[in-house]
Structure formats: structure tokens, C-alpha cells
Write a protein of this length. Structure first.
Length: 529
């Protein structure tokens, strides 16, 4: 019950953000779709082309559209999420507007013409009122779509009910997933129920009743829209609790009131973000957590100042950001990566945390023994008879091309999983091998064997704290976070993550972060990196 209460405490702020995003997207969709639908009904030739274009946009997968908006706008958070949802909101309303006008009885139109109505008058007094129930049915469909799709805005940095779902799936927190799914479903059903009353009133020609229901729905959504505005700097968005505190006197002011701590969408990142948040709050700083960011989104957000800091990995930066090919000694990867980030992107490496979270090929130890596999080279000889499970991005990364080429890997079947399910899949023999993460506690917990990369195809992945240009200028942040540098070995990180991932005695990332900080609290902080 405690876990459920913790999730419910976060609900008001995230629900307000979700409602506000939904409302504005729907409002924009209506503002475009209704007049465009009228235009299409008056110009059938052009209308078919416009409808075809909108249909094509509607077929683009939601996450792909969100990622495209991020790339197009070079922005994160609210704006790309809003524009993607706006695109998704247009088709049902546009289609139903055209259909509703087209189904108005021809005799009624002839009668209105006989009464001397102009085309404009006929549209406003006859066609749109008669088509209104069909149009509202399209608005109902659009609203339900937008509410559901808005949960996918979390990876691009926009808080929503998806925060519960993404974090809950990664940390196997049933309470978080339950709160997120149920809240989104209830919101969608509530909006649909109100709009169904509007539709029913219009069918019965009770325009005042329809108007009252519509105004009620808009008023509720508008409250949510206004509540969205302070979310970015509200402590309610953090997972660590506490109250905002003022910045110490005599220091340079920050660009915003809160230090924005980012994290990617897996357990280790949630724990490290919580640990950094606790250290920053202990130093008197206010913290805003931006969780479940996509890998490339996190770095781009840091570079543009949308977030102030997060933990990344030297191999990821080496391959994805610097576009370096092939492996190199860990010291070289770390040094050259940090130097290039400072020179090219004005991003500071505060220092390595002391452990690696590298990609590694792993399979059940009992299966490895039976097949005689100890290295990736051994695996290559049998790969055509085996299946591989990977996370959602590995197959598109340079590391995969490197290891595939160097070892001539040719798997009989390759399946992509959310990392939350990848380990369970190999444990249950759904796949034979997975691309595990070397610091993941589930490797030991599930009895997996990590294969030796004897040809060094995979780069090192030292965990390192990155600071944005503005955060790098704030000495309070450096002082607060330096106790983390070179203090976390891989065994300690695995134990901290296992506190969150295990089924029995499961703990929240914040509790695991407290345990992590307590494990080395008495160690002296290192010199600056």
C-alpha cells in the first residue's frame, strides 16, 4: 500500500500536465480540422488530396512522430509533444466534418436555397447544425486518441501520465504502472462521457444543453492546462519529496530556480538520478527530475540547456555523439570523449563514477555450459542456431555493426525487447542470448553468464556525470556531486539496482539511492576530475 500511496502523491502534478497537454492539442486540432473539413466539403478534388495527406501522417507510429518533432524543432518537452498530438488529433475531426456535411439531406439543402439563404448562411444555419452530432463523434474519437498517445511524450521530456508507465515498467513497479494506466483510462473515459452527452443533446436538438456540457468539459480541461505551467519547476515533479529551498546567498543565480536532473529509462539511471537529487537537495538546491528520457534526447537536452545534468556512458558518447568507430582502451575513450564534449558541445564531464555499464552478450549459465560457449567467438560458431534478444536501440548502434562484423554473428532470430522484459525472456528461454548491461544486478540474480569479448569489439562504458554549460559554472553543483566521483564500484551499483528490480522486498529508486549514498558516505571525496 505504501508504494501505491507514493505513486498517488505524484498524481496531481502529472495528471495536470497530461490534461493540459491534451486540451491544448485538441483545441489546436479543432481550430484547424473544422475549417479544413468545411473547405474539403466545398472542394472535393482538393479535399481528397488533403484527406490522403492527413491519412499518411496518421500512419506514422506515435514514437516516431514524437522523435521527428524533436529533430525538426531542435527542442524537447512540451512543444514537440504538443505538435505531434496536434497531428494525431486532426484526422477524426476532419473526416467526420466532411462526412457529416456530405450526409445532410439534399431536400433540406434545396429548401434552404429556396428560402433565399446564401451559401454562408446555409452552412452556419443548416449544414453544420445537422452535421454536429457526427462532428462531435469525431471529436470523441480524437480526444480518446490524444489522451492515450500523450502518455508517450515522456521519453521526449514532457511530464505526463506516461512517467508512471515508463518508470514502472523499467523498475517492475506494479503500483506505478497501475496508477498511470488507470488514470489515463479514467481521463479518456471521462472526456468521452462528457462529449457523448454533447453528442446526444445535439441529436435531440437541445443546443443549450449541449453548450452547457461543452462549456463544462472546456472549463475542466482549461484548469488542467493552466496547472501545467508551474510544473517544470515544481517539487511535485520530483520523486524525492521535500520542499523547495532557496539558493544560498552570495552565489551566481541559476537560469531557473531548480537544478534539472535528467535520467534515461532504466533502473540504474533512476537510482543515480535520485542519488544526485539527494546530494543537491542536501546542499540547499531545489531539484526538478526529468525522468525516462530517450538516450539521444538526454544528451541533446543537456547540450541545449533543457536539463542541467545526468549520467551517461563513455562508450555511448564515443559511438553515438562523437561517431568514433571501433574500440579503444578505457582511459583513452574516457579522456578523448570528455575533451571532445567540452570543446565541441561545452559539456563538462564532472568525473567517472567508478563502474562500467557496458553492453555484453549473456545467456543462462546452464545453457552456456551445455553448448560449450564462454566467449563471443564461441557464440559466433553457433549463432545461426540461436536467437538473440536486444534492447530497443542496440541493433541501430555502431557497437552492433562492430561486433557483428568482427565476429561474423548471424543469429537465426533477433527480437527487440524493452529492457524491463529482456532478462526475463532469456531466463524463460524465450530467446537464447541477450545483449545485457554489465552492471545490471539481474545478471547474477538470474544466473546468467557474460561472454568474454576476446576481440574487443565493444567499447568501454564508464559511467560519467555530465554537466551542461550553465551547470558547470555553478560551484554548488560541483561541490554537491563530487562525493559520487570514483566512489561506486560495479558490485555496489548492482546491489542498489537489485533493491529496485527484485520481486521480494522491492524498494523505490529513492530508497535504493539512500542505500547507495550510505554505502560510501564516510569515504573522503576525490579531487576534481
Amino acid at each position: 500500500m505504501t508504494g501505491l500511496n507514493e505513486q498517488l502523491a505524484k498524481l496531481p502534478a502529472l495528471l495536470a500536465a497530461h490534461v493540459g497537454l491534451t486540451f491544448i492539442a485538441l483545441l489546436m486540432g479543432l481550430a484547424v480540422s473544422l475549417p479544413l473539413g468545411v473547405f474539403c466539403s466545398r472542394r472535393p478534388g482538393l479535399g481528397r488530396g488533403i484527406m490522403a495527406a492527413v491519412n499518411v501522417l496518421q500512419t506514422v507510429p506515435s514514437l516516431a512522430l514524437l522523435a521527428s518533432m524533436v529533430a525538426l524543432l531542435s527542442s524537447f518537452g512540451f512543444l514537440p509533444a504538443l505538435l505531434a498530438l496536434f497531428v494525431y488529433s486532426t484526422l477524426p475531426v476532419l473526416r467526420n466534418t466532411v462526412t457529416g456535411i456530405a450526409t445532410v439531406d439534399a431536400e433540406v439543402l434545396e429548401a434552404s436555397t429556396a428560402l433565399g439563404m446564401s451559401s454562408h448562411q446555409r452552412l452556419l444555419r443548416v449544414e453544420l447544425p445537422l452535421a454536429a452530432p457526427v462532428i462531435v463523434a469525431g471529436i470523441r474519437t480524437s480526444a480518446v486518441w490524444v489522451v492515450g498517445t500523450a502518455t508517450l511524450s515522456t521519453p521526449v521530456g514532457q511530464p505526463s501520465l506516461g512517467n508512471f508507465i515508463f518508470a514502472g515498467l523499467q523498475t517492475r513497479n506494479v503500483a506505478a504502472v497501475f496508477v498511470g494506466c488507470v488514470s489515463a483510462a479514467v481521463l479518456a473515459l471521462a472526456i468521452d462521457a462528457v462529449l457523448s452527452r454533447v453528442e446526444d443533446a445535439l441529436k435531440r436538438r437541445k443546443s443549450r444543453l449541449a453548450l452547457s456540457w461543452a462549456v463544462s468539459a472546456i472549463a475542466v480541461l482549461m484548469v488542467g492546462s493552466l496547472a501545467r505551467l508551474p510544473l517544470a519547476t515544481s517539487k511535485e515533479t520530483t520523486a524525492s519529496g521535500g520542499h523547495p529551498t532557496s539558493s544560498p546567498a552570495g552565489t551566481a543565480p541559476r537560469p531557473s530556480d531548480a537544478v534539472r536532473v535528467g535520467s534515461k529509462a532504466f533502473t540504474e539511471q533512476y537510482v543515480l538520478a535520485a542519488a544526485m537529487a539527494k546530494l543537491l537537495e542536501g546542499a540547499g538546491l531545489t531539484v526538478d527530475r526529468r525522468e525516462s528520457l530517450g538516450s539521444s534526447v538526454a544528451f541533446d537536452a543537456l547540450r541545449s540547456g533543457e536539463i542541467d545534468l545526468y549520467v551517461d556512458y563513455s562508450g555511448t558518447l564515443w559511438s553515438n555523439v562523437l561517431k568514433r568507430k571501433g574500440a579503444a582502451p578505457p582511459w583513452r575513450v574516457l579522456d578523448e570523449t570528455c575533451g571532445a564534449l567540452a570543446e565541441r558541445f561545452h559539456v563538462r564531464c564532472l568525473g567517472p563514477l567508478g563502474f562500467e555499464n557496458a553492453y555484453a552478450f549473456a545467456l543462462r549459465a546452464d545453457k552456456a555450459k551445455r553448448l560449450g560457449i564462454k566467449t563471443i567467438e564461441d557464440l559466433a560458431h553457433q549463432s545461426t542456431q540461436l536467437s538473440l534478444g536486444t534492447d530497443l536501440e542496440f541493433l541501430d548502434r555502431p557497437e552492433w555493426r562492430s561486433v557483428e562484423h568482427r565476429y561474423t554473428l548471424r543469429f537465426g532470430r533477433v527480437v527487440s525487447f524493452d529492457p524491463a522484459f529482456m532478462y526475463e525472456a532469456v531466463f524463460k528461454n524465450e530467446v537464447d542470448v541477450i545483449t545485457a548491461f554489465s552492471s545490471d544486478a539481474r545478471i547474477e540474480a538470474l544466473g546468467l553468464l557474460v561472454l568474454d569479448d576476446n576481440r574487443r569489439a565493444l567499447p568501454p562504458y564508464d559511467a560519467v556525470v555530465l554537466l551542461s554549460a550553465s551547470a558547470a559554472e555553478d560551484p554548488r553543483i560541483e561541490r554537491a556531486l563530487m562525493p559520487l566521483v570514483r566512489q561506486i564500484d560495479v558490485g555496489t551499483m548492482r546491489k542498489a539496482s537489485l533493491l529496485v528490480d527484485r520481486t521480494l522486498n522491492k524498494q523505490a529508486p529513492d530508497q535504493a539511492a539512500s542505500w547507495l549514498l550510505d554505502s560510501f558516505a564516510r569515504r573522503p571525496p576525490p579531487e576534481s576530475f
